[in-house]
Design a protein around this ligand. Sequence first.
Ligand code: ADP
Length: 397
Amino acid sequence: MKILILNSGSSSIKYQLIDMPSEEVLCKGLVERIGSEEALFQYKTAKVTVEETLQIKTHKQGLQLIAELLVDSKKGIVGQANEIQVIGHRVVHGGTTFSAPTMVTPFVKDKIKDLFALAPLHNPHNWEGLDLAEEIFPQAKQVAVFDTAFHQTLPLKAKKYAIPNHLFDEHKIQVYGFHGISHQYVSRTTINHLNKPKSKIICIHLGNGCSITAVVDGVSVDHSLGFTPANGLIMGSRSGDIDHSIIFYLVETLGYDLKEVNRMLLKDSGMKGLTGFNDLRDVQAAAEKGDIASDLALEMNAYRIKKYIGAYATAMNGLDAIVFTAGVGENSSELRKRVCTGMDFLGILMDDGANEKREAGILELHTSDSPVKILVVPTNEELEIAKQSFKLVSLIT
Ligand code: ADP
């Protein structure tokens, strides 16, 4: 079964064509800077690489280009568009409605639309991707896979904020959590790797956005992102946890504009606010050259992660493994080392040599006598969407 995975963002579409159940990636690529004269179009199969800069005005035009190349007689990978039987869509916010992958129907589309207010930067583009895919691939079954779904299992004590109850009851103001597709893939891969279905795992997703999840027996029980993807860890340009009174102080006492404060906390804070760089490679390079602010920012970043590890080990009353994933988690031995230093009381003992190895795939970074396993598991959200879509479609056909 050939499944096209679509991840539609505000000005981009990332895509992969995956054959299931073989999990072979037949084609992958992206369209970036949609709306500009100089959009970037990438398309890669085993035999063909296309990389062009051209005018792509709309998402529709971008998706049409992808569809045309997929069936192209020379560069294509399928004979006809109807060989693509399923389209698996990443949808960021499923609210309280969706706790599992779902076949797309008019009702489901309406529900995703109802959630625009909760994810204004993501759901409208995800919805547009669904709508366009129905038009361009009318024969394919459409499946929506939600980033929030994995965290629907959070117990109420972790899901609710300590604010008046009616805000939860009537307005659904609660922790939704994000990066769920990644956390689900990485925690399941970890459980399989350790062959330990009964397990207490802390999954640390460190990309541009960062989050941490406590997973008991494969189920998410606590998570650091909240009502929106702003809470918790220090991220590339987002502050993570702050005292909310700072917002009122900035507006009421220092005369900031509220919208500007929101922008600042999301786009100019985190590593960028502390160092001027939001890419961790730049922060590390500056710290190596002796930049004190960059060194402190790395230490603050690691310290926040350590505090969450302590909290989640307590929440789970134990810990079998911590697992690092995503761009920073998979690549930054520096940050991993800072996180794992001084954690021996919890049974986290890192093998520094193993941490420095640059190998693909799952890595084990713990010493042979470490009570807690330390792993790197490369995330693969596209494969997770393909797996979930394949399972759902196979069940109902
Ligand atoms: P996204 O959250 O956008 O999916 P990724 O998971 O791809 O992001 O992570 C991107 C980030 O990973 C980059 O901004 C960069 O900070 C970090 N990164 C990538 N490679 C390295 C590396 N070798 N060392 C340190 N950080 C890295």
